[in-house]
Every structure is written in C-alpha cells, then in structure tokens.
Design a protein around this ligand. Structure first.
Ligand code: HEM
Length: 329
C-alpha cells in the first residue's frame, strides 16, 4: 500500500477495530486525550511525542522471523515510514531533556495486504495498567490554583498506584539517549505470533540499536544543541553510518501476564530473543507523511496479534484517532 491518507487511515482504524475491539468497560479514551491536550496547552499539535521527525525507511526481515510468524512483513523487505519523537506535549523540548521518553512509531508497508504499525517507547513498560489508572495519573497532576501540581494529591495517587512510578524510575536510571537509533525501544504489550504451521508464541517486541547504544551523561546532554537528535540522523545518513534498529522477539513462557503493560515478565531482560528483522532509516521524509496519519498499534498483519486482555492496548488506536481529529481541526 502507498502512503495512507487521513481518510484511509480512519478507514484502516475501522477495519482494524473488530479484531481488537475497545470494550466499554475498558474506558473511554476521549477524557484522557482531552486532559493530555490541556497539559500540552494552546496550539497543541500532538499532546505526546510532540517533537519528532519523519523518515522513509525499509524493514528487512531476518531469516529467523518466519519460524515465529507468517506475517508478510517477515517474508520480504518492505518500505517503512518512521517517526522518532521526544515525549510530552512540548514541540520545542530540548533533545537532551530528562523526565520524558523517546518514542519510535513506524509503519511497515508491504505491497498489498499486511500493513503493520507500532508505537514504542524507550522503556520496557508503560506508566499505567488501565485507562482508568492513566486518567487518574493525569488528573492527579492537574495544576492547582498556583499553576503547580498539588504535591499531596500526586503523592496520594502514587502511594495508591505504585506501578505508575515504574516507567519514570526506569527512565531516571538510564543515561540520556545520544541518538534516536542509539537506544532500545519496547512495544510494552504482549503480542502473539503465529507461524505458517499454526504454532503460536507470546512475545514482546524490542528494537535494539544496530550501531550500538549512544549514551550521554546529563552534563553532556545539556551541552548538546537543542535539536541534536535530527542532526545525528542526518550525519549518519550523509556518512553512511548505520541508522537502524534490530527488531527482536522476547520469548514469553506459559503463565506470563499479557494484560498489564506496567509489568515486565520475570527475568525479562535475560530472556532468549529471536531476531525478526532490521528497520533502516533511509532518508528524511516530509513531516506531512507522519503528521497527516496516525500510527495505529492495532493495525497488524495476519500472523501478529495484539493482546486481547490488555485494556491499554485496546484504547490506543481510538485515542490516536481522537487526537488526530483534534489536531487536524
Ligand atoms: C500503552 C503504551 C503507550 C505507548 C508506548 C505510547 C507511546 C506513544 C508515542 C511514542 C507517541 C508519539 C506518536 C507519534 O510519533 O506519532 C504517542 C502519541 C500519543 N499517545 Fe500514546 N502511548 C501509549 C498509550 C497511550 C494511551 C493509552 C493513550 C490514551 C488513551 C495515549 C495517547 C496518546 C496521544 C493522544 C498521542 C498523540 C497522537 C497523535 O496526535 O497522533 N497513548 N504515544
């Protein structure tokens, strides 16, 4: 499929919906998007991952991928659209900022059916397990009359919802990424891959830097120009240094939870992985290519299924659809 227009993206969402329905009890994404937009302030474009850059790329499957999944994206190389971002709703945030994640959204676009989209972050977990918890997390941080969050309200919410602190703690424990392709990203949800023989395997997706990690100390990050991440990709493309990420499947075991993206599996970091392919950045794309569509995490090729029991997964595509409709107004 060629680049999807906004209308086609909305159609794709509708087509994807029956496979991963957002159930009523899972929560309504609208109030979450509304509060995210309120936090980002007037003129909000994306209320999350507001700063970013769009690239054309290629996904090259690994020879080991079809053993796990029959998805067409794992059988032949495909074009890709890639958006890297810096978290939060501030499009002018410094690339060296602490306290916000780095994001990776990409669409793998084989000829014909099988378009597949991912929206990942540089942490193995999300900060909320359910839509209600995400809404509560954001509501607790609403500015009080003095314009600042009410620290007592945040403390009480955190005490009652300790898992909401785990992603922030993880990010705080890590060096600042010195390159968008120098850090790992996780799909955070548990997916199921099915191969041509019908064998099913629960996995989590991780993207790993092909050219090794690029880490900055806080002082080094402060000394960098505000927009060094796009400049780093440009320099790599100009010099022929690899600008890409390896996709691996972290193998699940019987009994691993699949319903809660705030939880890593037991011993997850040391689990065996299977290489699925390489996502290569090839050239800078017009921002419109990424801005006029959403990346829909429920749009997956046959042979890849999202978790049916993870309420966060279910509301992501509807949330992104609401967000794009607001920002295109
Ligand atoms: C659970 C794991 C999640 C991860 C890893 C994640 C990650 C991201 C990333 C990387 C972006 C930037 C997208 C881009 O480059 O275009 C983004 C955007 C956004 N996220 Fe999420 N997100 C998650 C869940 C959610 C949920 C549950 C909601 C709301 C219910 C939400 C609301 C948004 C919104 C409103 C945007 C802006 C979308 C747009 O305007 O295109 N996210 N998210």
């Amino acid at each position: 499929m060629t680049r999807v227009t906004l209308a086609a993206a909305c159609l794709a969402i509708l087509l994807a919906a029956p496979a991963q329905p957002a159930r009523a009890q899972d929560g309504d994404p609208a109030p979450i998007v509304e509060i995210m937009r309120a936090f980002a302030g007037p003129g909000t474009h994306r209320p999350s991952g507001a700063k970013g850059a769009c690239y054309a790329g290629r996904f090259e499957p690994a020879a080991t991928a079809p053993g796990l999944s029959k998805a067409v994206i794992f059988t032949r190389p495909s074009d890709a659209v890639i958006r890297f971002s810096v978290g939060g709703g501030n499009p002018a945030v410094a690339d060296g900022a602490r306290g916000v994640n780095r994001g990776l959204s990409f669409r793998i676009d084989p000829d014909g059916a099988g378009q597949t989209e991912f929206v990942m972050v540089n942490a193995p977990i999300n900060f909320a397990a359910t839509p209600a918890q995400m809404l509560g997390f954001l509501q607790a941080r609403r500015p009080a009359a003095n314009g600042q969050p009410d620290t007592e309200r945040v403390r009480a919410f955190s005490e009652a919802n300790p898992e909401t602190l785990l992603q922030g703690r993880y990010l705080a424990s890590q060096p600042i990424p010195g390159s968008w392709v120098g850090v790992s990203y996780w799909g955070v949800h548990a997916y199921t891959l099915t191969n041509a023989a019908g064998a099913r395997q629960v996995i989590k997706f991780r993207m790993e830097p092909l050219d090794g990690p690029v880490n900055l100390t806080d002082d080094e990050a402060r000394a960098r120009p505000r927009d060094f991440l796009a400049a780093d990709i440009a320099a790599r493309l100009a010099s022929g240094r690899p600008a890409g990420l390896r996709m691996v499947a972290i193998l699940g075991r019987a009994g691993d939870p699949t319903d809660n993206p705030t939880r890593m599996w037991e011993g997850e970091e040391a689990r065996p992985t299977v290489e699925l392919g390489r996502l290569m950045v090839r050239s800078v794309a017009d921002a419109k290519v990424c801005d006029e569509v959403i990346f829909a995490p429920t749009l997956l090729a046959d042979g890849i299924d999202g978790p049916e029991n993870d309420p966060m997964f279910a509301i992501r595509t509807p949330a992104y659809a609401i967000s794009i409709s607001k920002r295109m107004q």
